[in-house]
Design a protein around this ligand. Sequence first.
Ligand code: GLU
Length: 616
Amino acid sequence: MRHSRSVVLAAAAVVGAATLAPVGPVAAEETPLQRALEERARPTPKIATAIGTGGAVSTVDPEASAAALKVLKKGGNAADAAVAAAATLGVTEPYSAGIGGGGFFVHYDAETGKVRTIDGRETAPKRMPTDAFIDPATGKPYNFTPELVTSGVSVGVPGTPATWHRALKRWGTLSLADALKPAVKVATRGFVVDETFRQQTLDNKERFEAFRATKKLFLPGGDAPQVGSVFKMPELAATYRKLGAQGLDYFYRGKLARLMSDIVRKPRTTKGTDLPVPPGYLRPSDLRDYKVRNQKPTKVSYRGYDVYGMAPVSSGGTTVGEALNILERYDLAKLPVVQALHLYLEASALAFADRGKYVGDPKFVDVPVSDLLSDTFAAERACAIDPTKAMAKPTAAGDAASYDGVCAAARQSGATDADTENISTTNLTVADKRGDVVEYTLTIEQTGGSGMVVPRHGFLLNNELTDFSTVYVETDPNRIQPGKRPRSSMSPTIVLKDGKPFLALGSPGGSTIITTVLQMLVNRIDLGMTVQQAIAAPRATQRNSANTTAEPEFIAAYGPALTAFGHKLVPAGDAFTSAAEIGAATAIEFGPGGLMTAVSEPKRRGGGAARVVDPK
Ligand code: GLU
């Protein structure tokens, strides 16, 4: 890595500027040179594993992990550090997450021993009609790509600023302004563009070119920023500063709210673009009325561990939980690994069948959460599994209204839900020295969201409403309804053992999030892997469809043996991404004496960044 002297000196010259207020409640004693070094954008090391005490963080991005670590070192707690990291991800991973999107925040409070959650999911505007995804010109559903993906119609009311605000109020010690400071710093001084950022920009080039503000920000000079160049986001820095200073009203009421509504209802496309961009329904009153939900987590016990997850409107907690309940009926640790993987795939298919039939926004549909998570229901669902042979897929959902754990005579086949969830999103795990833990997954849905940057504000709006079913069917829990939240797969998960944290984990990856979290849990708890091995191990995802998508290494290792069971394995990678990988997880495992093992991806998404306060 080369840094010319002039870079350091130029950075040093900025040190006197007013933007360099210390982060957090306690001012750090830094020398001017240290501060100058801090100020320059530099390639940051990616560290897959960090072991130590005093606090830990894992994200996909070194800048975000550094921001969290700094907050922890200055006495901030896990909630403070999680918001600081998330805001920084809004800078360095702007195509995956940011204030234009939503997410789910799971928190363990060491003092009370309680796990609590915040649902910061995007919400459909109140005027969004149930046939919003039908093209009025043809009377037929819009194509998913490009029409729905790049559109105003898929933009939901963002929940992320309100999530940060609520998390800090409930559990944090910092003000929003202070928690945003590390991100303001990174946005101002810039970050070094890596391969992932450039490639994600190129993957989005055509649609980014379709919007004036997006083109200006992310395609300066008509091209994606070069690897190794410094990318600055001064407009986002200013937006964060104002959000910090003025609070949520800055975002949800007033000028910015009007601007967001305007561009959603009348997308500002570039002259000459031939991309069709259906307009949406967002109004300032939708933003004004947005509220995060304090949500009770889901909980299942699995082999002596208590697994807490995200309740509906995420399907993460119920689907991971149901699959674990099914798997608990088998002694996976004693089985040959291929046999255990066969059961993992089958349990996942069954849980996905039930996810499709039952899970939607609980404010609009009755979701039978306790039935889906009942051991009796799992016992009955497990009847469909033949330990020697893969079932025909898609398989039918169970009957959550009437079950007794007894095997019914015949298996039924069902229908696969159209799976259009993308593999973007980002996830982070943080723990502090007091023992509080945060698992937080946040997203703007598609890599690049709706493609629409809010002019002069430096952030992308989500296209989360694509997570609704495209076609309206009265019995579908995930049908479009005005004011409703679309079903999610995000699965931030905290596992306790005897009331104390054992493991916290989560991942991006659309509906593969569920299987990544499930597979990592099985790897760690049943298959004898360390947490490092559990995250690195090749992945496969079975979501109740005829084929099981898998990473090439998984197919190389287990393909022939699983094919002999009747599984059909196909390599990962789809129209949205050239990368044949599944997920980009983060996790922290907790050991005796306050020991924390923070892990991130060694390879996927270019590798992540794990850090601890006091390395061992
Ligand atoms: N929209 C997805 C969900 O809420 C997440 C998107 C992703 O992971 O890429 O489940």
